[in-house]
Design a protein around this ligand. Structure first.
Ligand SMILES: [Zn+2]
Length: 280
C-alpha cells in the first residue's frame, strides 16, 4: 500500500491523534506528529511549522529562504524536491521523469511521498520545524497535511497583478552560469489613493550581461494562464486555512529592502531581526 493511501486512510478513519499516529507515524517523523507536539511555550525548540503560499513569480522562495535562515528551520520547496529526485537514482526518479516529460502535473501521492522522505531525513539529522514552499497546492494536499502535523501559520504573499506580470516577463537566466536575474524596473506612482510601488531590477554582473536568456514559457500569454490556473487552484487552499484562522495575507509593498522589515513586523519577528543585525 502506498504511503499516501495509508495517510489518506488514516485521515478518513479519524482525525483523532491515535488513529493518525499508528499508521502515519511510519511516514512522518514522530517529532512532527500532532499528538506529540510540545506546548506553545516550547515553540522555539519545536521550530515553526509554516506554509508559504503565493503565485509563481511573487518571490516566495526568496522570503521563505530568508525566514528559514532567521528561524533556523529548513526551507522545503517541493519544486526542489522534484528536481533533486529527478537528478537522483531514487525510487521515484523514473516515474517522475515520465510524468514531467509528458508535461503532466506531479500527483499528490508523489509529492507527499517526496515530502515525507524529506521530513524524515531532516528529523534524523535533528532538524525541527519547517517552512514549506509550494505545498500544499491543492485542498486535498492541505487536508492530508492537516491530518499528520499541526501547521501554525500560513503566509499568503500577494503582489499587484500588473506588477507581477511585469516581474515574470522580466526574468532572465544566465545561459552560462545559470544565475537568476530580473530586468524589470518597477516604479509606479501613487494614483487615486492606490499606493505606488517601487521595485529595483536584479541586474546581472557584467560577465553575465551578454549571456542572458528568458525562459521559453515566460511570455505574456503563458504567464497570464499560469496565474489564472494558480488562482483557481489556490483559492480553496486559502479558504481552508482562512477558516482555521491561520491565514496571514501579506501584500508586498515593494522590493526586498522595503518588504522584508514589514514582513518581519507582521510576523512579530522584528526583535530577533534587530538583535541579529546588531550582533552581525
Ligand atoms: Zn553568468
Amino acid at each position: 500500500m502506498s504511503a499516501s493511501i495509508r495517510l489518506l486512510r488514516c485521515l478518513k478513519a479519524s482525525r483523532a491523534f491515535s488513529a493518525v499516529t499508528t499508521e502515519a507515524a511510519a511516514q512522518f517523523p514522530a517529532s512532527l506528529m500532532r499528538g506529540s507536539l510540545p506546548a506553545q511555550s516550547d515553540m522555539k525548540e519545536r521550530g515553526v511549522h509554516w506554509v508559504f503560499l503565493g503565485c509563481p513569480g511573487v518571490g516566495k522562495g526568496t522570503y521563505a529562504s530568508r525566514l528559514s535562515q532567521l528561524l533556523g528551520v529548513p526551507h522545503i520547496a517541493t519544486g526542489d524536491l522534484v528536481r533533486e529526485e529527478l537528478a537522483s537514482s531514487g525510487h521515484f526518479a523514473q516515474e517522475l521523469a515520465d510524468i514531467v516529460n509528458k508535461g503532466k502535473l506531479v500527483s499528490d501521492e508523489t509529492i507527499i511521498n517526496l515530502l515525507s522522505k524529506r521530513l524524515e531525513s531532516g528529523a534524523a539529522k535533528g532538524e525541527s520545524g519547517f517552512i514549506l514552499d509550494g505545498f500544499p497546492r491543492t485542498i486535498r494536499q492541505a487536508e492530508i497535511l492537516d491530518g499528520v502535523t499541526n501547521i501554525d501559520l500560513v503566509i499568503n504573499l500577494k503582489l499587484r497583478e500588473d506588477v507581477l506580470l511585469e516581474k515574470c516577463l522580466g526574468r532572465r537566466i544566465c545561459s552560462q552560469c545559470g544565475g537568476n536575474f530580473n530586468v524589470a524596473s518597477i516604479d509606479i506612482k501613487e494614483e487615486n489613493g492606490k499606493p505606488g510601488i517601487y521595485m529595483e531590477p536584479l541586474l546581472p554582473p557584467s560577465n553575465c550581461a551578454s549571456k542572458l536568456i528568458s525562459r521559453a514559457d515566460d511570455t505574456e500569454e503563458v504567464v497570464k494562464e499560469r496565474l489564472r490556473v494558480y488562482q483557481a487552484m489556490s483559492q480553496p487552499v486559502e479558504e481552508f486555512y482562512r477558516s482555521q484562522g491561520k491565514l496571514l495575507e501579506f501584500h508586498l509593498p515593494g522590493g526586498i529592502p522595503e518588504s522584508w522589515p514589514k514582513l518581519l513586523k507582521a510576523l512579530n519577528l522584528d526583535d530577533s531581526h534587530e538583535k541579529r543585525s546588531a550582533a552581525a
